[in-house]
Design a protein around this ligand. Structure first.
Ligand SMILES: Nc1ncnc2c1ncn2[C@@H]1O[C@H](COP(=O)(O)OP(=O)(O)OP(=O)(O)O)[C@@H](O)[C@H]1O
Length: 295
């Protein structure tokens, strides 16, 4: 559905994206996880053609590119970007905004259903100038739902939402993915991404350095909480396997699922000696994040 080919973006001498390539299909939620200023928004801007890459191209449905205006129109009919709160019209109501997006993208969903499902009925007819941050954010999301486009780029969709609204929107994202939308979500709520993303991409030095698939755990790990002192102590006492990970100076992880049962038992016995919190499981987005960005 989208093919990003060797995209490079530089602002003066600062290369933000460096020959980045990616393909994505409908019915996928793709998370983007990276620290501030890494290039997530820039990547979305290139996908939406708000920023022209210095090099590379994007192909939609194996057919359309931004090289011709006719193609651009076709692409923009099926692509929406998450509205900026500052773009909302203070004197218009939430319903007005939702209708606007529904009409612009010829969305099929009923405004009433959208506002009911997003718990907005209590405020959506009031003017936007009376809304809190979280109410505005839910409105921005409702506008995307109303547009009903097949590709959605959601930058910081969970910003300013309380826990119950994060959960509501996460659920809605899954429903939209099941309707075969292709949804990109850039988010700093790392553990939340594990709940709905099919893939989480980690950006570094202008490229994707890892793709984590939260629902397809190729490897589980035996994990032990370990300060640098404990890690040092463990290393002195045990010959750790070469492929172990020591993440962000607090978590030691040993690849576990591929080991025969006797070796699994061995490693558990060894690590239990240290009386630190022990668990078995895959690495999640948060752990990969800590690993790649050393926080
Ligand atoms: N129009 C611009 N002109 C110059 N530099 C820019 C411009 N837009 C972005 N940048 C720079 O590009 C880099 C990537 O910015 P971008 O907004 O894509 O990061 P991000 O990963 O989305 O960050 P955040 O998590 O803060 O939203 C930053 O160093 C930023 O300063």
């Amino acid at each position: 559905m989208i093919e990003i080919k060797d995209v490079t973006v530089s602002y003066k001498n600062h290369k933000v994206l460096d020959q980045l390539s990616l393909s994505a299909e409908k019915g996928e939620i793709i998370g983007l996880a990276a620290p501030n200023g890494t290039g997530k928004t820039t990547l979305f801007n290139v996908m939406a053609n708000y920023v022209k890459p210095n090099q590379g191209s994007i192909v939609f449905n194996e057919e359309y590119t931004y090289k011709s205006e006719k193609d651009q129109l076709k692409i923009h009919k099926q692509l929406t970007t998450f509205p900026d709160q500052s773009d909302l019209f203070e004197e218009l109501s939430g319903v007005d905004h939702i209708k606007l997006y529904k009409h612009m993208w010829k969305g099929q969903k009923k405004v009433k259903d959208i506002t009911r499902e997003l718990n907005m009925e209590g405020y959506v007819k009031n003017k936007v100038k009376t809304y809190s941050l979280g109410m505005r954010q839910r409105l921005c999301f409702a506008m995307m739902v109303a547009a009903d486009s097949s590709i959605m780029l959601m930058d910081e969709v969970m910003n300013g939402l309380d826990i119950s609204n994060v959960s509501l929107i996460s659920q809605k994202l899954i429903e939209m993915k099941n309707e075969q939308k292709l949804i990109f979500v850039a988010s700093h709520l790392l553990e939340n991404l594990d709940l709905y993303a099919d893939r989480v991409l980690f950006l570094k030095d202008g490229d994707i350095i890892h793709q984590h698939r939260p629902n397809q755990h190729e490897q589980t790990y035996l994990k032990i909480k370990a300060t640098p002192e404990t890690y040092h102590e463990i290393k002195q006492m045990i010959d750790l396997p070469e492929d172990h990970e020591y993440i962000a100076e607090h978590l030691l992880c040993l690849p576990f699922s591929n080991l025969p049962l006797n070796e699994q038992t061995y490693w558990m016995k060894q690590l239990l000696k240290f009386d630190e919190e022990l668990s078995i499981g895959p690495l999640g987005t948060l752990e990969y994040y800590e690993k790649y960005y050393q926080i």
